[in-house]
Design a protein around this ligand. Structure first.
Ligand SMILES: Cc1cc2nc3c(=O)[nH]c(=O)nc-3n(C[C@H](O)[C@H](O)[C@H](O)COP(=O)(O)O)c2cc1C
Ligand SMILES: Nc1ncnc2c1ncn2[C@@H]1O[C@H](COP(=O)(O)OP(=O)(O)O)[C@@H](O)[C@H]1O
Length: 312
């Protein structure tokens, strides 16, 4: 998959671009609903013998449109998005920079510049996709704005257990620590990636070394607590337990929660290595223990629970 970052106006030359079938949307999380849109485009592209593409936006429109939002955290920061789209066999990814200027384009200019202008022959989007100034363009107006330059497929909402699959729903599940349900809606466990950094070197002294993972501040994390996780490292998958929290037993100085993983049946240096953590299930809330011994015996219990979870 090739990635292209575009601003308005872009300088792509129409007759140098392949004709594509393109899925368009913000697609945070690339959940089951998003997957249906993207897979529809990929399938259609194969049938037509064209390249498939995804158009997405960065940053999230709320950063630009709402005065109080400085920063948004994502279920899938750009890199995760790229990896998932690659696996879905998307050929081209166009990332359009979302800024004031983009937000003020009329629907017609948006369509002309970014859809016709990128050589799209068929567009696929969800039923609630909107575009152009104040989101005035939508799936009812798109044919008219396309004016025959491309055709359109509208994908209906995906419903699981009677509820619409949405990024908002998944965000709420993370906030509640419900990673099992989040995984059902995502079609895969949520994962985060980061490099191992030094902590206080205390873990090894209490029998539970923990790789402290520096996660980008764009990554949305679940609620604080202890979780069963899998760790992907150099193409191997390990089971383990994660602590996401403030380590109240030892300090009251942390302003952001720290992500640490104890990898089962593993003993090696991991500093500066890149790990991916897949969240499986919530085990318990973080606690402030009266001492190291109490903490360690609780962690031993956590280990039993996590091992049992993965063995059943
Ligand atoms: C499974 C697990 C559960 C944990 N639970 C708690 C907890 O409830 N409260 C707490 O203060 N720290 C908890 N911790 C974090 C430990 O305090 C931390 O791993 C230890 O102090 C080592 O820190 P270091 O990596 O900076 O050396 C937990 C760690 C693990 C691996
Ligand atoms: N099973 C394991 N799980 C996690 N880290 C391990 C494991 N075995 C060895 N390590 C190494 O030990 C380090 C964690 O030890 P710890 O004493 O907790 O130090 P720190 O406070 O720097 O995280 C990890 O970063 C990694 O390099």
């Amino acid at each position: 998959m090739r990635t292209f970052e575009l601003t308005y106006p872009h300088s792509m030359v129409l007759n140098e671009l392949p004709e594509t079938v393109t899925a368009i949307g913000f697609f945070d999380g690339i959940h089951k609903g998003h997957q249906k849109v993207i897979q529809t485009a990929v399938r259609e592209a194969k049938e037509r013998g064209m390249e498939s593409a995804v158009i997405t936006f960065h940053p999230h429109p709320s950063v630009v449109l709402k005065k109080d939002v400085q920063h948004v955290k994502y279920l899938t920061p750009i890199r995760e998005k790229q990896e998932i789209l690659q696996k879905l066999e998307v050929d081209r990814l166009y990332i359009i920079q979302f800024n004031q200027e983009l937000a003020s384009l009329t629907p017609q200019v948006f369509v002309d510049h970014f859809l016709k202008g990128l050589h799209i022959k068929h567009m696929v989007a969800g039923f609630d996709f909107s575009y152009g100034h104040k989101g005035k363009g939508n799936m009812q107006t798109i044919q008219e704005h396309a004016a025959g330059a491309f055709t359109v497929t509208q994908v209906d909402k995906v419903v699981i257990d009677g509820e619409k699959v949405s990024s908002t729903k998944i965000r709420n599940l993370l906030e509640a620590g419900d990673m099992d349900e989040a995984a059902r809606l995502l079609g895969r466990p949520l994962s985060v990636t980061g490099f191992v950094v030094k902590g206080e070197q205390r873990g090894r002294t209490i029998g539970y070394p923990t790789a402290n993972i520096a996660v980008s501040d764009e990554t949305l994390l679940p609620k604080v607590g202890v979780y069963a996780v899998k760790v992907l490292y150099k193409n191997e998958v390990y089971e383990g337990m994660a602590s996401l929290g403030f380590k109240p037993t030892f300090t009251d100085q942390l302003v952001e929660p720290v992500l640490e993983v104890n990898i089962f049946d593993y003993n090696n240096d991991l500093y500066e290595e890149e790990l991916r953590v897949q969240w499986y299930t919530f085990i318990r809330e973080e606690k402030k223990f009266s001492g190291v011994e109490e903490l360690v015996s609780e962690i031993a219990e956590d280990e039993k629970k996590v091992r049992k979870y993965f063995n059943s």
